[in-house]
Design a protein around this ligand. Sequence first.
Ligand SMILES: C[S@@+](CC[C@H](N)C(=O)[O-])C[C@H]1O[C@@H](n2cnc3c(N)ncnc32)[C@H](O)[C@@H]1O
Length: 344
Amino acid sequence: MGQEQSVTERDKASPSPSVVAGSTLPRSPTKHAGTALNSRIQPHTNRVTKKRPQKIRKDTRERKTIPFGGIPIPHRPPFEPEPKQTAMSIMKPVVGKLPLTDECLHYVDVCEVPQNLQKYFHQRYSIFKFYDYDIRLTNDAWFGITPEPLALRLANDLPSHLYSTPRRTTIVDLFGGAGGNTIAFALSEKWEHVISIERDASTLACAQHNAEVYGVSGYITFIHGDCLDFLDRLKHHPETLDLSLREKCDMSQTVLFASPPWGGVDYKEQDVFDLSTMEPYNLEVLHKACSPMEHALYLPRTSDLRQIAKLAPKGEKIEVVQYCMDGASKAMVVLIPEAMPELT
Ligand SMILES: C[S@@+](CC[C@H](N)C(=O)[O-])C[C@H]1O[C@@H](n2cnc3c(N)ncnc32)[C@H](O)[C@@H]1O
């Protein structure tokens, strides 16, 4: 099954899933024991080979001397130029699955869960409805994951909020994490290509595994790398992206989605969150990295609207959507249109 399958083909190909609140579960989800695919070690053969006695050759090479010192120069191997430093190696999608690591955990009982995560563990079925089917998360991932109902709603709404017509066909989840949004984008069947970038190998392994639990791993292209590096390549050095990525991420067909870490000053403690203090990437850094492409930013619910308004193209409005669960806003999504080249 290729990623390019249309929605209808995909429907036909997959076993009729049971649909629960807009999400699909493979008919018989299996527990994955977290086997490390690449960890098999080939046994050595203990064959003893008899070495031929080596002939001793006389060194006939000419010894050079310093012109007027007379001191012999020690022999050096022939000069070989340093291999040319290639400016950038090619950025490729992950082939197969990254192995699950000791950090890819599935907690069953609250007493196993670190104290600071217990609050999130109690909400595990709001985070992933099918948590019990061996959903894996790193301890860090619990803090940043987009809860499933919200991720599904966002994935389904996003195309209608976008400005570009005709609709774009590729979505790049720049901060893929353990797959909360990525899986929802794939489940929504609104995109021909879903690309998910994550720089932490264990978190990415969780995302791949979780996508498998939801039966959508085959529809997602995972990249293990830095999303800012990816964007720089896409905009300025497309030749350093693997051909398959270049084809899927044609800039005129792609929308970017960014749910960055909300580090820095605790946004919950501020009535209005100053986006210039967000770490490690503040609003300006994110917007600059994503521009000129159409992008959606998933930001704290109290983010400063005056700072966001400054991102609107001259004379235009931009959309800001509050996503709520149980009557309270969880996050704000800001939709920024493609920047048109300035007319001079
Ligand atoms: C808030 S979490 C994203 C959660 C995700 N939306 C979900 O629902 O699972 C942010 C993620 O971005 C990753 N990250 C941070 N900087 C990154 C970068 N420069 N490139 C790629 N991933 C990055 C972190 O490792 C973390 O997993």
